[in-house]
Design a protein around this ligand. Structure first.
Ligand code: FES
Ligand code: FES
Length: 148
C-alpha cells in the first residue's frame, strides 16, 4: 500500500496491524512523535491523519492506504503554533509537546478562535506530567491572535 507522510509518498508492505507510531519512529526515523503509554491514554503520540488529530499508537497501518499523515516534523518549525510555543516558553521536559502542538494545530484549523472551553475539551486528552497546561492555553491564544 501507499500513503503520504509529510507530503512524500511512502510504501508499506508490512503487518497491517502495526501501529502507525512504530512505522513513523522505527521505519521512517521520525522520532519527534513520542511513545508514552501505547494505550491511547496520554496523547504524546498524536499526529494528523487527513488533517485530524489521532493517536498514532492506536492507528493501524492497514487503515492508512491512500491517506495523508503529518507529524511534528511536517510542520517545519515556522508554523504559527510552534512560534507561539517558543514565544510563551511552553515546554518543560518537552516529552509531551509534539503531541500538544499537533493537537493544538488541529484545534485551530477547526476553530480559529477557540474559547477556553474549546481549548480544554480539545486538549484534555494530552497529558503533561510537568503541568504546562497554563502556558499551553496561553500559546494557543497567541497563535490564534497571529492567525487572525
Ligand atoms: S502513546 Fe499513544 S496515547 Fe499514549
Ligand atoms: S513538558 Fe514534560 S511532560 Fe509535558
Amino acid at each position: 500500500m501507499q500513503l503520504k507522510v509529510n507530503g512524500a509518498v511512502r510504501s508499506f508492505n508490512g503487518d497491517p496491524e502495526m501501529p502507525l507510531l512504530w512505522y513513523l519512529r522505527d521505519m521512517l526515523e521520525l522520532t519527534g512523535t513520542k511513545y508514552g503509554c501505547g494505550m491511547g491514554l496520554c496523547g504524546s503520540c498524536t499526529v494528523h491523519v487527513e488533517g485530524k488529530a489521532v493517536r498514532s499508537c492506536q492507528t493501524k497501518m492497514g487503515t492508512l492506504a491512500g491517506k495523508s499523515v503529518v507529524t511534528i516534523e511536517g510542520l517545519g518549525g515556522g508554523h504559527a503554533v510552534q512560534q507561539a510555543w517558543m514565544k510563551e516558553n511552553v515546554p518543560q521536559c518537552g516529552y509531551c509537546q509534539s503531541g500538544q502542538i499537533m493537537q493544538a494545530v488541529a484545534l485551530l484549523k477547526e476553530k480559529p478562535k477557540p474559547t477556553d472551553q474549546d481549548i480544554d475539551s480539545a486538549m484534555q486528552g494530552i497529558i503533561c506530567r510537568c503541568g504546562t497546561y497554563q502556558r499551553i492555553r496561553t500559546a494557543i491564544k497567541t497563535a490564534a491572535a497571529v492567525k487572525a
